[in-house]
Design a protein around this ligand. Structure first.
Ligand SMILES: Cc1ncc(COP(=O)(O)O)c(C=O)c1O
Length: 409
């Protein structure tokens, strides 16, 4: 065989959630159910293009002033300033004192990666140790390692027995973290558990982060999905700002605008001194320039048009209530059906948890049987996307869960 430069390239395992979706699409069974992918589905189990997004897209097509020239390296200013205001609140002291700003990124993932690159290469005061919750969105570890962090450690989050937040051990772990470590926290709608700290619990977390001199990286991928209310879902982020902490927050518009593939995100930076802002921006500019040069425009134009227009914002908020309301209803529906079947165990956690994901407590073997025998696709951690459930398939899903719970350990 002739030599190839690539002979020694090894192969890596596939990414679970994308592999699962591929298998679902290939599955010919007519009863198949997709509870794996993290995207909203309508009651007809179809992707939903939000009407406000369609409306704005049409007006963009007709707008003769819009062209395809490059955006600035840090993106569309009208988008990032509106997105930052949506996160921190219009009356934010950090914003009013010019101590906070946002830069457009390649969705939430791109914002996290830019944050990790910035911390690893431009902020000598932080250690290259990052803390993530157990469990967390599986990409957090990869992103921070790829950005050059030496170590990613875990802090307790989920109490499997109580199916609730393990606050005591979480606080202990944060307390034991070396000073100046980075700690990644989900702003709301924790993925995969659907369990967020209460406001009092957040206050305790913030106190320890402050006392232990940890640097917070907040991840806001689901603003609006936890409660249906954008301000309520931003409470934790705003609390960090009000407590005088410096932090960064990755914002994604993939889910709450339903524009997953448009890659619209914003990295919000909150500092204690306005004079550091130009320096930070100059560093972010170099990082973006050396990576993808500048972000795509279309999705950011859509979000900007909505957030900068009161009427469109109201329409969008209605869409958010529709989506979060459906999630709540499907949690109730599944819980009711499992309880009616007398499925062993308790199922109140399905409705106690919030947002798009429910952490069912099913074992890996039970999940595998759901996939193999019932064509119901879910992550092996037992996480389900409640939007994959609808009145049309809820009986089927509940009976299948009942079957695996009663036959598989
Ligand atoms: C917790 C969390 N953070 C960030 C993201 C980033 O998503 P995206 O890059 O599509 O905005 C996701 C998406 O699933 C997520 O669940």
């Amino acid at each position: 065989m002739a030599f190839s430069w690539f002979d020694e390239v090894g192969s890596m395992p596939p990414i679970e959630v994308f592999e699962l979706n591929r298998k679902f699409l290939e599955d010919k069974d007519t009863n198949k159910v997709n509870l794996g992918i993290g995207a909203y589905r309508s009651e007809e189990l179809k992707p939903w293009v939000l009407p406000v997004v369609k409306q704005v897209e049409r007006s963009i097509v007709e707008d003769a002033s819009i062209n395809f020239e490059y955006l600035p390296i840090l993106g569309l200013e009208s988008f990032s300033s509106a997105a930052t205001r949506m996160l921190l609140g219009a009356d934010s002291a950090a914003l009013n004192e010019n101590r906070a700003f946002g830069v457009q990124t390649l969705s939430g993932t791109g914002a996290l990666r830019l944050a990790a690159d910035f911390l690893a290469s431009c902020v000598p005061s932080v250690t290259k140790i990052a803390y993530i919750s157990t469990p967390t969105w599986e990409n957090h570890r990869l992103l921070f390692l790829k950005a050059g962090f030496n170590e990613v450690r875990e802090y307790h989050y989920w109490d499997a027995e109580k199916r609730a937040l393990d606050l005591k051990n979480m606080l202990n772990d944060l307390n034991d973290a070396p000073e100046r470590s980075v700690v990644i926290l989900h702003a709301c709608s924790h993925n995969p558990t659907g369990v967020d700290p209460t406001r009092d619990e957040w206050k305790e977390i913030v106190k320890i982060i402050k006392a232990r001199k940890l640097f917070p990286v907040l991840d806001s991928a689901y603003q609006g999905f936890a409660s249906g209310d954008l301000d309520a879902d931003a409470w934790a982020v705003r609390h960090f700002a009000e407590q005088g902490l410096e932090f960064v927050c990755a914002q994604s518009f993939a889910k709450n605008f339903g524009i997953y593939s448009s890659r619209v995100g914003n990295l919000v930076v909150v500092t204690s001194k306005a004079e550091t802002v130009p320096k930070i921006k100059s560093q972010l500019t170099i990082l973006v320039r050396g990576n993808y040069s500048n972000p795509p425009a279309q999705g950011a134009r859509i979000v900007s048009a909505v957030l900068n227009d009161e009427k469109l914002t109201q329409l969008w908020k209605e869409h958010i209530r529709t989506m979060s309301g459906r999630m709540k209803n499907m949690r109730q529906l599944l819980r009711g059906k499992l309880e009616a079947l007398g499925t062993p165990g308790t199922w109140n956690h399905l409705t106690d948890q919030i947002g798009m994901f429910a952490y069912t407590g099913l074992t890996e073997a039970q999940c595998q049987q759901l996939i193999d025998k019932h064509h119901i696709y879910l992550l092996k951690s037992g996480r389900i996307n409640v939007c994959g459930i609808a009145p049309g398939n809820a009986d089927y899903v509940a009976k299948a869960i009942h079957e695996v719970v009663t036959t598989v350990k």
